[in-house]
Design a protein around this ligand. Sequence first.
Ligand code: PLP
Length: 449
Amino acid sequence: MSTEAYRRLDRDHHLHPFTDFKALGEEGSRIVTHAEGVYIHDSEGNRILDAMAGLWCVNLGYGREELVEAATVQLRELPYYNNFFKSTHPPAVKLAEALCRLAPAHMNRVFFTGSGSEANDTVLRMVRRYWALEGKPDKQWVIARENAYHGSTVAGLSLGGMAPMHAQGGPLVPKIAHVRQPYWFDEGRDTSPEAFGRECAAALEAKILELGEENVAAFIAEPVQGAGGAIIPPQSYWPAVKEVLARYDILLVMDEVICGFGRLGEWFGSLHYDLKPDLMPIAKGLSSGYLPIGGVLVGDRVADTLIERGGEFFHGFTYSGHPACAAVALKNLELMQAEGIVERVRDDIGPYLAERWATLADHSLVGEVRSLGLIGALELIDPDTGERFDKGLAVGTLCRDICFDLGLVMRSVGDTMIISPPLVISRAEIDELVRLAGAALDETARRLG
Ligand code: PLP
């Protein structure tokens, strides 16, 4: 089929996620046809360096035959069976064991889901159920952060703190509150990063006191906020938050959907920040995005109560631990271990990206450059004022579109440009990424006149 034919059918029948349907119908979509390594190809013959690993998920890169083989073998053997009631199957059992071996030592159980959003729905059910079983049924409030993304189901939307999403979501799940995010560049530049990190932790404490500690069940956050803008918190933030949560006996939920599986140079972002979460929702990099699978890793404190006192947990998804998805995830973890992917991010390619990425700080449009492991951001500013551009100019979107035209996928969140490339990216490919990003910045500056 021609590109035009695809575009026509797409416009007429396909409603895309996070898309202005009408505008896309007018502009036409990009038809991605195949991919290998860190590159995607479109129907017009363009080869594009995917510095977002799809949606932060293709950690092992495209075209890994071993993952295709794992899916094929499993689909032949047992394409589907569920884990409800008293059944299970080998891939789910093996994956559960493998995950718990990689997770922090106190996490020995996993509940499978089909996605990160479903994982966060599961989290909400689990934390409220936990406190009810502990004889503290009033502990129902969950505190999350402004500008957080935790998924698109109603629970994910409610836990998330994205104002435009809330505005469209109708009534949200009750008893979810939001506190400020540790986004120093946008919200804290009048003070030092370290003081700002402590201020954010103090805001969390103030919210707990406002709601009443006896009413607060959990705090949920990502180690590094991904979709909000690759927001790396100041060093003071997590130690201070940890202290606050311990003081009031509030569960910690670390959303590892993006940070898990090597993105920050550890198996989980929580390990990078020396955190001991009670629950960790996971997805994306678990299967390198080859098949959809997510889950919640559950720490012993919560698991013991749910197991010993909970009776039947009335919750689950048809595709919880789907055999083919589990088999691919298991193979993905095996390959990551065999190839030392996590260590490579921590000791080699992460530091290399940091060094090369930092060279963009000299560009007149760039107000800040940051990265950790293989996640990074550039903050775009107006060189004349040193402040943000007028929102109406949509400079981030302009820069993103220029990137695409030059052969680079870089995402924009407002005027923050983000990268999160496959963890297998080579040094030469990082050089290319940085060169294309620099060229895109030049072209953006030129078009702004
Ligand atoms: N949590 C975080 C931190 C995410 O970034 C995402 C997706 O981007 C989700 C949850 C939702 O995952 P999914 O899209 O698989 O439902």
